[in-house]
Design a protein around this ligand. Structure first.
Ligand code: PGA
Length: 257
């Protein structure tokens, strides 16, 4: 973390978990546990149908609500899809784009990720752009090339003034939901590389101000060490974000001086 130059953001990614009533219950429990002093921004990304319930439930808690996906067209004949304007109108602030599960199961590509980033920014949302390598790619030694390609494609055509609203999440696919976490060194190496890639594209000042998260089995026991890395400015958390107690423990780790 480096609070002097950029925000620390702890974001939960609920994936396809929790009903609207469970969302309300989670918020009530979280409220009793959240620390008073707050250094980091807290975001909860929920399934699309739970957004109205989440907006209501987290209203007085300084917890922002995020979506887990968005479609890139503004409106039209796209059965089942949700536009960025629809999310914005509900009060959504963040949207996860290009999560590896969407790339793997729903055919998202670097090209659709880029279109979604543009649509989100256009609507005034803050995209959380996910990048990350598979185990095979890591073993082949092509992690950095792949990450550079994902970052450059996602940001293609994004002007500097809009980049300030983007968050990049480094999520090694082999660490997601597997209980295997990247070591702090592995995570830091790639997050630093992402910042260098952004610096080459946008210059030092902007690169210094962008929030880069780590995601992949982040939990109370490893959060502090990961967040102590200067280029890791927060976490995108799946499993541990479903339990208010664990989520708050991670928030507390991000609140350390
Ligand atoms: P995990 O998920 O924390 O359960 O590994 C992270 C993510 O997919 O964003």
């Amino acid at each position: 973390m480096n609070r002097r130059y950029r925000k620390t953001i702890i974001a939960g990614n609920w994936k396809m978990n929790k009903t609207a009533s469970e969302t309300k219950k989670f918020a009530e429990e979280l409220k009793t546990l959240l620390p008073k002093a707050k250094w980091c921004d807290v975001v909860v990304c929920v399934p699309a149908v739970n957004i109205p319930a989440a907006i209501k439930a987290f209203k007085d808690m300084r917890v922002s609500v995020g979506a887990e996906n968005v479609f890139y067209e503004k409106s039209g004949a796209y059965t089942g899809e949700v536009s960025a304007d629809m999310l914005k109108d509900l009060g959504v602030k963040y949207v996860i784009i290009g999560h590896s599960e969407r790339r793997q199961y729903f055919g998202e590509t670097d090209v659709t990720v880029n279109k979604k980033v543009h649509a989100a920014l256009e609507a005034g949302l803050h995209p959380i752009i996910c990048v990350g390598e598979s185990l095979e790619q890591r073993e082949l030694g092509i992690t950095m090339e792949l990450i550079a390609l994902q970052v450059k494609s996602a940001l293609a055509g994004v002007p500097a003034e809009k980049l300030r609203r983007c968050v990049i999440a480094y999520e090694p696919i082999w660490a997601i939901g597997t209980g295997k976490t990247a070591t702090a060194e592995q995570a830091a190496e790639v997050c630093t590389f992402i910042r260098t890639t952004v610096r080459h594209l946008y210059g030092a000042r902007i690169a210094r101000s962008i929030t880069i998260q780590y995601g992949g089995s982040m939990k109370p026991s490893n959060a502090a060490e990961l967040l102590a890395q200067p280029d890791i400015d927060g976490g995108l958390i799946g499993g541990a974000a479903l339990k208010p107690g664990e989520f708050v423990d991670i928030i507390n780790a991000a609140n350390q001086e």
